[in-house]
Design a protein around this ligand. Structure first.
Ligand code: C5P
Length: 236
């Protein structure tokens, strides 16, 4: 079995961004749960719900439930608890929900013997500095990401989601207390789609990113396994 730890390369989370179960399962059936993690996002969760997560657990996959909670502390507390009850391995909230919301999410996991990793989204990888200005944020994208990472770390979260370019700085500032999860992964010839801050898998390894999230490069590929093999090889 391929041991990604041996090569010290980022672990791979596949974003199951599909609008139907058949397409999702076609990909899932090709993947080894000992190597790949699966990310359930808003689209497929809205269509297939908790039952689908239970089915994936039965096959042996660890699930990152990426619903990016962002609400008042009480609502996020209850939603986080409900997500943890599902037995997911990782779940996400938006760091911009603020300190009280982040602490509420963390508190919701206290009663679990094996709690999911709680991670906070700093800035979406689709955002540019211009987009931040439009919503009234006048600091640079990097400063915004560092600020939200510090807040998440101070609130005891396990890690953050951030673009690859900023990950080096976050690792330097917070070391291994803060896991880094990075979407926006592309290899040559891949289309950017709506992503702006992308890096290659090789760069992800260089930046010591813990987990990379790969969506359309794999979900839209005619030969996902060949592509995944090439991605892993490029990181060795
Ligand atoms: O298709 P692509 O590889 O761009 O997919 C990226 C995935 O990562 C999507 O599922 C998206 O929801 C998620 N994501 C992101 N940027 C973040 C957090 C999550 O693109 N900051």
């Amino acid at each position: 079995m391929l041991d990604l730890n041996f090569f010290k390369i980022p672990k791979i989370i596949i974003a199951l961004d599909f609008n139907n179960k058949k397409s999702a399962m076609e990909l899932v059936n090709l993947l080894d749960p000992n190597i790949y993690y699966l990310k359930i996002g808003k689209e497929i969760f809205t269509i297939l719900g908790c039952q689908f997560i239970k089915e994936l657990h039965k096959i042996g996959f660890k699930i990152f439930l990426d619903l990016k909670f962002h609400d008042i502390p009480n609502t996020v507390f209850n939603a986080t608890k409900a997500a943890a009850d599902l037995g997911v391995w990782m779940l996400s909230v938006h760091a911009s929900g603020g300190k009280k919301m982040l602490i509420a999410a963390k508190k919701a996991l206290q009663s679990f013997q094996t709690a999911p990793l709680l991670i906070a989204v700093t800035a979406l990888t689709s955002l540019k500095e211009k987009d931040l200005k439009e919503i009234g944020i006048q600091i640079s994208l990097t400063d915004y990401i560092v600020k939200l990472s510090k807040l998440s770390n101070d609130c005891g979260l396990d890690g953050i989601v951030c673009p690859g370019q900023e990950s080096k700085k976050i690792k330097f500032l917070f070391g291994n207390t803060c896991k880094i999860i990075t979407p926006g992964i592309r290899i040559s010839q891949d289309l950017l789609y709506d992503q702006n801050n992308v890096i290659t898998p090789k760069e992800a390894k260089k930046f010591q990113i813990d987990y990379i999230v790969i969506g359309r490069s794999i979900t839209m590929s005619k030969n996902p396994i060949k592509k995944l093999d090439a991605i892993i090889e490029s990181m060795q």
